[in-house]
Each structure stands twice: as C-alpha cells, then as structure tokens.
Design a protein around this ligand. Structure first.
Ligand SMILES: NC(=O)c1ccc[n+]([C@@H]2O[C@H](COP(=O)([O-])OP(=O)(O)OC[C@H]3O[C@@H](n4cnc5c(N)ncnc54)[C@H](OP(=O)(O)O)[C@@H]3O)[C@@H](O)[C@H]2O)c1
Length: 284
C-alpha cells in the first residue's frame, strides 16, 4: 500500500488523482489530521487514516501494512517543533518497516540557508538517510501557485512591492510535481535519488511582473518595510520572520537553481510560467 501524509493539503490532494490512475483506491492510504477533509477520496474507496505529526502513536498506527510513503513536510514554523514532528514521522516509518520514503524537501537543501524553512527539511533528509530506508527526495522550488500570495494585491495596483531585488525564482507547477510524485511512488527506479524539482527557467520579480501584464511594474522595497507591512496584518512574529527570510533567500539566489529532472520524470515539458500567469490574468 502507498500512504500519503498531509493528504488533504494542496500537494497531497493533487497527487492522489494521479495515483488513482495507476493503482486501486484500496491500495492508497490518505493520512490526515481531520478525516472530514477527505470525504471525496473516501467515497472513491481510498483508505483514510487519522494521524498528527505531533502524536507518534497515531503515526505508528497509520503506517501499518504500508510499503511506500509520500511524507509531506510540515508547515510548522517553529524549527524545533517542526524537527520533532518530522522525526516522529520518520521513527514511525522505521517502526513499520517502510520500503520506500518519498519526501518533499526544498530546492538545493543544505545547511545554513537564509530561508529558514530549509533547515527542517535538510535535517529530515539527513534523518531519513540514517534510517537506510530507500528514499527519493523531491527538492521543490517555489510553487507557481504561491504567486498570488507572493504578489499581494498587485493584480489591482499593477505593482509588485517585494524585497527580492534581482533574485530569480525557478517557479514550478505544483500539479506537475504531483504527477511526477505519483510516477515515482509507483516505479522502481528512483530509490536513493535526490531530485531538484524546478521550472525550466528562473525569473526575477521584475520579469514576473512583465509576464503578468506589460503595465505591471516591480518595486524592490527594503525588507524592514516588508516586515512592518506583515506585522500590520497581525501576523505572528514567527511567520513574519519566515516570510522575510524567504524574500531574503530569493534575493540571494536560493530559489534560482534550474534542473530538467522534472521534465524527465513527466516525460513531457513542465508547465511554463507564461502559461500559468494566463490563469492569473483571467482573475483580473
Ligand atoms: N515549494 C513551495 O513553494 C512550498 C510552498 C508552501 C509549502 N511548501 C512545503 O511543501 C509542503 C506541501 O505543500 P502543500 O502546498 O501541500 O502545503 P499545504 O497545502 O499547506 O498542506 C500541508 C499539509 O500538511 C499537513 N500537516 C501540517 N501539519 C501537520 C501535522 N502536525 N500533522 C499532520 N499533518 C500536518 C496539513 O494538514 P492540515 O490540513 O490538518 O493542516 C496539510 O495536509 C508543505 O507542507 C510545506 O512544507 C512548499
């Protein structure tokens, strides 16, 4: 059986329909905190199990009789808590003799990155390697689908105000990643590989603005101004820190890496940013 953690999140729920094209629903286990969120998968015959990354016992039960796991990285922002949660998932997989772990990491994951989110994911990669269980790491660049959140109200104002300077991002489609993950979960040739999953090109935010509309401009703002704006939205300080670190990471090129692995995994060209932004234009 193939289990997917975070199965009700954007990437998990995009992966399951691709998996259903390859394996019977009774061979798929959707692991979620709240089973109410995946009723539609249950109706299709997918097995639903409840577990929380903070609760080892629930994870241990959820991985029973599973061979392959897609471990979706946590969204917890506190690094110590996030590391503990992911350690719980890894330990529960060891306990259940899992045969293949597919883990969602960050593009070019390594120690001491500016973007804080990478620290947990690199730490988890190392934990998984230590278990000796065959692994496949999907080191994803930034999702195209995150662009609306990144650019704020730019579709209304025709201006992207963001502190990323001339840093580039190799935006990648989350739906393409989901399809590639489903391929990897059901094929036998990906064990012990680390895949950098990126778009075919990287774009500065000025280039992104021009792609969205010839009228749209990009303004590079100070990260202190960006921070003040986020604080004014009553965001928790840890989330503000994470988002500022993301902008600084982009500025220093941490999301600019380009690799054609995704094209190989899909057997076709991945979605181009040009195509994706057309869906944004339809929103205006
Ligand atoms: N590359 C990128 O641009 C990018 C952007 C955002 C996130 N990410 C990372 O990639 C992962 C997948 O992306 P996504 O778009 O699917 O994120 P998402 O939509 O936020 O989904 C996250 C999933 O993780 C689950 N989860 C979080 N904490 C959990 C816990 N303590 N126990 C059990 N499940 C928990 C969530 O369950 P609930 O619904 O119960 O919260 C949800 O199903 C994210 O989790 C994040 O680590 C990458």
């Amino acid at each position: 059986m193939i289990a997917i953690t975070g199965a009700n999140g954007n990437l998990g729920k995009a992966t399951i329909p691709f998996l259903l094209q390859k394996v019977a629903p009774t061979n798929i286990v959707a692991i979620v905190r709240n089973p109410e969120t995946v009723k539609d998968f249950k109706e299709q015959g997918v097995i639903i199990r409840q577990a929380d990354y903070s609760d080892y016992e629930t994870l241990k039960q959820a991985f029973k009789h599973v061979e392959t796991v897609l471990q979706i990285s946590t969204i917890e922002v506190d690094v110590d808590t996030a590391k503990q949660q992911e350690e719980n998932v890894v330990n529960a997989m060891v306990e259940n003799n899992i045969k293949h772990i597919v883990y969602t990491s960050m593009v070019q994951a390594r120690p001491n990155t500016i973007f804080q989110g990478t620290e947990t994911q690199y730490h988890t990669e190392e934990l998984i390697k230590k278990t000796k269980i065959p692994y496949t790491f999907f080191r994803n660049s930034m999702y195209m689908e995150a662009i609306p959140e990144l650019i704020g109200n730019a579709l209304q104002t025709n201006e992207i105000r963001y502190p990323s300077g001339s840093g580039k991002v190799s935006f990648v489609s989350r739906t393409d990643i989901a399809e590639a993950i489903a391929n990897v979960l059901t094929e036998n040739t990906h064990q012990n590989h680390t895949y950098e999953i990126t778009g075919n090109r990287a774009y500065t935010f000025a280039e992104l603005a021009k792609l969205i509309s010839t009228e749209m401009k990009y303004t590079d703002i100070e990260d202190t101004i960006f921070r003040e704006k986020l604080i004014s939205y009553q965001m928790p300080v840890e989330v503000v820190d994470l988002l500022v670190s993301m902008a600084n990471g982009i500025k220093s090129g941490e999301f600019s890496y380009i690799d054609n692995t995704l094209e190989k995994l899909l057997g076709r060209k991945p979605l181009d940013l040009n195509e994706y932004v057309k869906s944004l234009q339809n929103v205006v």
